[in-house]
Design a protein around this ligand. Structure first.
Ligand SMILES: [Zn+2]
Length: 257
């Protein structure tokens, strides 16, 4: 890993997925870990038809998740990513709907799948910020109503069957197409949508997958350096290496004079 990083990078992109937040104790919502929701698959709660069928149930599920996130803390991986942004101008793209990157100090995070904290009216799309997250788990909650049109306020996340936000995708794609270092964190670089994003990276970009369960190798993914470690352990080490290289790179340039 150290060898892959032994050069200077100027256009760093971090692409994070569920494993990034798992290190902060946020469950991945696969396998029904909580008794309250045992009878439900995420696929049955995170769709436009589920919302039409039972808004109170869907709103209850997202409010419960928002409560979990509010009680969690950013981990050292989030802090390292925020430092990469401050020191090297890194672009941060995430599939996660929590706000742990922001609470770790990052700005302008591109949330491909939306955010638990960016609610909007399901009729007129007016944006709403939500108050304090509920502390108690409760399966059904009535969603608030829109001040302007009386529509229901829905979670600002992208559901199964919905398209990603064009503006966000454009910014993310541009950043990856211009990057010289792509860090894929807590998700597999060979599974979509990350795989599609990886394909946009220039041929000479260095691509590192930080994932405790590394993806299977295939000829097309030979260019991905796989580091089987967690975000919380791996990213602070990568940050340290980047800082070292940017210092030594400066020395080399002064030697050339
Ligand atoms: Zn409205």
């Amino acid at each position: 890993m150290v060898r892959a990083l032994s050069r200077r990078f100027e256009r760093i992109v971090v692409f994070s997925g569920a494993g990034m937040s798992a290190d902060s104790g946020i469950p991945t919502f696969r396998g029904g870990s909580n008794g309250l929701w045992q009878a439900f698959n995420p696929e049955e709660l995170a769709t436009p038809s589920a919302w039409r069928r039972n808004r109170d149930l869907v709103w209850g599920w997202y409010e419960w998740r928002r409560g979990l996130v509010a009680a969690a803390e950013p981990n050292p991986g989030h802090l390292a990513v925020a430092s990469m942004q401050r020191q090297f101008g890194a672009t941060i793209i995430t599939q996660n709907v929590d706000d742990l990157h922001e609470r770790g100090g990052a700005r302008d995070v591109l949330h491909l799948h939306g955010s638990l904290f960016a609610a909007r009216c399901d009729t007129c799309s007016r944006a709403y910020s939500l108050g304090e997250a509920p502390q108690e788990a409760q399966r059904e909650r009535e969603p608030p109503r829109c001040d302007r049109c009386g529509g229901h306020i829905r979670p600002g996340v992208v559901w199964f069957g919905e398209g990603l936000d064009d503006g966000t995708v454009t910014l993310a794609s541009r950043a990856i197409a211009a990057c010289d270092l792509l860090l894929i964190v807590g998700t597999s670089g060979v599974v979509y949508p990350a795989a599609g994003m990886v394909g946009l990276a220039p041929r000479d970009a260095v691509i590192i997958e930080v994932n405790p369960q590394p993806s299977m190798s295939s000829p097309a993914t030979d260019r991905i350096h796989k580091w089987p470690t967690t975000a919380a352990l791996g990213l602070p080490q990568i940050l340290q290496q980047l800082c070292r290289d940017s210092t030594s790179g400066g020395d080399e340039r002064s030697d050339l004079k």
